[in-house]
Design a protein around this ligand. Sequence first.
Ligand SMILES: Nc1ncnc2c1ncn2[C@@H]1O[C@H](COP(=O)(O)OP(=O)(O)O)[C@@H](O)[C@H]1O
Ligand SMILES: [Mg+2]
Length: 248
Amino acid sequence: MSNDPVVRTVNLVKIYQNGGVPVPAVRGIDLSVEPGSFTAITGPSGSGKSTLVHMLGGLDPRTSGEIWMSGKRVDTLSESAWALLRRERIGLVFQFFNLIGNMTVADNVELPALLAGATPREARERREYLLGELGLADRADDSPTRLAGGEQQRVALARALANRPSLLLADEPTGNLDSRNTRDVLRLLSQVHKDGQTIIMVTHDARVASLADRLVTLLDGQIVDDGSIPAPRRRPLGRAGDVIELHG
Ligand SMILES: Nc1ncnc2c1ncn2[C@@H]1O[C@H](COP(=O)(O)OP(=O)(O)O)[C@@H](O)[C@H]1O
Ligand SMILES: [Mg+2]
């Protein structure tokens, strides 16, 4: 693997057109994300967080600027090339879960692994592990349409992790979850981080952000704060009720 940043943006800009009126959503973002890092993106509603991660996942074309992934320029890719890149390297968890209703939960989770070349057995084992970690083992045979919002959200996370993507892009992955399910998601994310996968995650939740090693704050489409989170201040896992100890 190269030492290039997993993601690097250069003066990235997105301007929507709303009935002829330009709406600047992202206004010149330079962001570099190192392999294996866990970056939390925060900021008020409307600050451009979703727009940024959608562009990084190739779901929304940029207006100007550049996006590089692991040394390769990607903002110029075709839609089919983006689809291939996502299949091989990127897991996406977005607010519109895009689960397939006429497939079971199990098949929804196994599909990306199969598309990425896993054997049926590998895909099944990975699915069993992920659904188990997220407390969804007993929903495997259901249609996603029968699940509550928080359950669908966890299935979407399991699906995003099925092919062990080198980059996980998540937009508020705990937005619909109660504290117990949030804890399951946090445990899985920190396992994924420990395994060396790179995570970029939008979140409003301080518990989620405290797992990250870097916090980037957006305001009006620009980065207004970007700081590493010192390891001793990160919250120990699985103790959601505890007070964070501040050192130094
Ligand atoms: N599809 C769209 N068309 C027009 N404007 C949009 C669209 N998506 C987002 N915006 C606008 O872009 C800005 C940033 O939105 P968004 O990226 O969703 O912010 P956040 O995720 O931080 O809440 C907002 O002003 C929003 O209204
Ligand atoms: Mg958003």
